[in-house]
Write a protein that binds this ligand. Structure first.
Ligand SMILES: CC(C)(COP(=O)(O)OP(=O)(O)OC[C@H]1O[C@@H](n2cnc3c(N)ncnc32)[C@H](O)[C@@H]1OP(=O)(O)O)[C@@H](O)C(=O)NCCC(=O)NCCS
Length: 96
């Protein structure tokens, strides 16, 4: 129904891909996946989770922002076909 691909290099982690099957989107599965990622990372001692997403992907941006990610920089022309990328980060260090 969904998956997350990531790598962890404590104290940093990077989400390479997160996806929920199209017919199941909008039902909270993405949020559940992401909460599990955060819990797993926190347990491992990760302080910051990074990711990159297409600047024009309003749905993905709304999703990541709803999970607390902030944009830290724009990478112009990063994707050959999808334009700029936004580098986003979520600080989880120091939280319970
Ligand atoms: C992005 C993705 C993983 C989100 O998973 P999901 O199961 O659809 O998301 P959820 O139902 O858990 O929604 C979580 C939050 O995201 C936001 N969101 C979800 N769908 C949205 C939509 N269509 N429009 C705007 N915001 C949306 C909402 O803030 C939502 O919180 P709320 O329900 O409390 O309002 C999923 O839509 C997906 O697989 N998309 C295609 C792949 C992709 O773009 N991956 C990200 C780039 S790597």
């Amino acid at each position: 129904m969904g998956y997350v691909a990531m790598h962890v290099m404590v104290p940093e982690a990077e989400i390479l891909d997160i996806s929920v099957r199209r017919q199941k989107q909008g039902n909270g599965l993405g949020k559940t996946l992401m909460k599990n990622v955060v819990a797993h990372c926190r347990q491992r001692g990760v302080e910051t989770i990074h990711l990159e997403t297409a600047a024009g992907d309003d749905h993905a941006l709304a999703f990541f922002r709803s999970m607390g990610f902030s944009t830290i920089r724009r990478r112009q022309g990063y994707y050959e076909d999808a334009g700029d990328a936004l580098a986003m980060a979520l600080d989880i260090g120091g939280e319970p």
